[in-house]
Design a protein around this ligand. Structure first.
Ligand code: ADP
Length: 337
């Protein structure tokens, strides 16, 4: 609604500018045309006045002059009318086209505001959930007159878990806003295999816990990029591969070079995704139903949007292929040096 008013305001501004130009143009045209017509008339009658004329001829000349003046007035009137219709046409045309251009100008801003509002609502919701859980637990415990040390410890442990969730959410939000602002990071030559190994080593304990094995085909190759964000990118993808895989499964990581691209593929044999989920997984806070409900995997749906921003920052691409219950493959393509 507010944007409709903004469209109208901008339309009025555009129409006003066009109409000021069109009216100024019409006034100039009118002045020039009526001056020319008047001059033509004066030239004709001026020539006749210089001739030796008798009274009858002078009377006739006056009649001719009157007749001409009338036709000049008529022509001026007609010109005014034509210019009025012309301006009316311009008003209509500029009204329609200005509304179209106003919409086009404001659309990206409107989209940004709508997405910002969604983001604020989603972030508030995610922040509220652990806070509500903590509050409820504390209130329940306080209502109990005979709190034991074990009760208090259980409450604190559970509160700590919620605080850890809040911490990871705020970290994810900070990262997202960092990459959202298209930070100007200094790109240097980076060995992609070192980056993968660094990300992999950070997650190895998590994989070990679930008895997940890796089959890595890593080649020594350099790309231009920012080390910290590239490590973050592969941590997100490998972490997801672990999170969404069953225990004792396998994850393949491979690096290949094809023409202008260096591709890093992370393939798991986990829960996979429905084709209908794939278009949305890079949206902020999007989690497929299977990861929200059935599998109860922790997360906020922010990892892949951060990953997408990092890939964008490196002028790369990220591709996904996935089948439910078969597994998923994320391929990051970075421009080769
Ligand atoms: P999170 O994992 O925290 O929910 P992400 O943004 O990393 O958030 O992922 C968004 C969604 O994409 C996940 O909720 C999940 O449904 C799906 N997804 C991502 N990676 C995988 C994967 N390797 N296997 C299956 N589903 C995945």
């Amino acid at each position: 609604m507010t944007f409709r008013i903004a469209y109208l305001k901008l339309t009025i501004v555009y129409v006003f500018i066009v109409m000021v130009m069109s009216i100024a143009f019409s006034v100039v045209i009118y002045q020039l045309a009526s001056n020319e017509l008047g001059k033509g008339l004066d030239r004709q009658t001026g020539y006749m006045r210089r001739l030796p004329l008798n009274d009858v001829m002078l009377m006739q000349l006056r009649d001719i002059e009157n007749e001409r003046q009338n036709s000049l007035d008529e022509s001026n009137m007609q010109l005014k009318l034509n210019l009025f219709y012309f301006n009316l046409f311009i008003l209509l045309l500029s009204g329609i086209s200005s509304y179209y251009f106003a919409k086009k100008t404001l659309k990206p801003i409107e989209d940004m505001v709508v997405s910002q509002n969604h983001f604020t609502a989603d972030a508030s919701h995610e922040l509220k959930t652990p806070l509500t859980a903590m509050r409820t637990e504390i209130e329940v415990l306080l209502r109990n007159n005979k709190i034991t040390l074990a009760d208090a410890k259980a409450l604190l442990t559970s509160n700590l878990e919620e605080i850890a969730k809040l911490e990871s959410l705020s970290n994810a939000l900070l990262k997202l806003s960092k990459y959202q602002d298209q930070v100007r990071v200094e790109f240097r030559e980076q060995n992609i295999s070192d980056i993968i190994i660094e990300a992999y080593e950070k997650l190895a304990p998590l994989a070990e816990k679930r008895d997940i094995k890796f089959n890595n085909k890593i080649i020594d190759i350099n790309v231009l990029g920012d080390k910290q964000s590239l490590v973050e990118l592969f941590i997100i993808l490998i972490d997801n591969a672990i999170k969404y895989s069953p225990p004792k499964s396998l994850i393949n990581i491979s690096i290949t070079k094809e023409n202008k691209w260096i591709s890093v593929s992370i393939k798991d044999y986990g829960i996979g995704m429905k084709a209908s989920d794939i278009p949305y997984i890079f949206n902020r806070f999007y989690r497929s139903d299977s990861s929200r409900n059935k599998e109860q995997v922790n997360g906020y749906g922010l990892g892949l949007s951060i990953a997408h921003k990092i890939v964008e920052l490196h002028q790369g691409k990220i591709l996904v292929s996935s089948k439910p219950a078969k597994g998923s493959e994320f391929t990051v393509k970075l421009p080769a040096l």
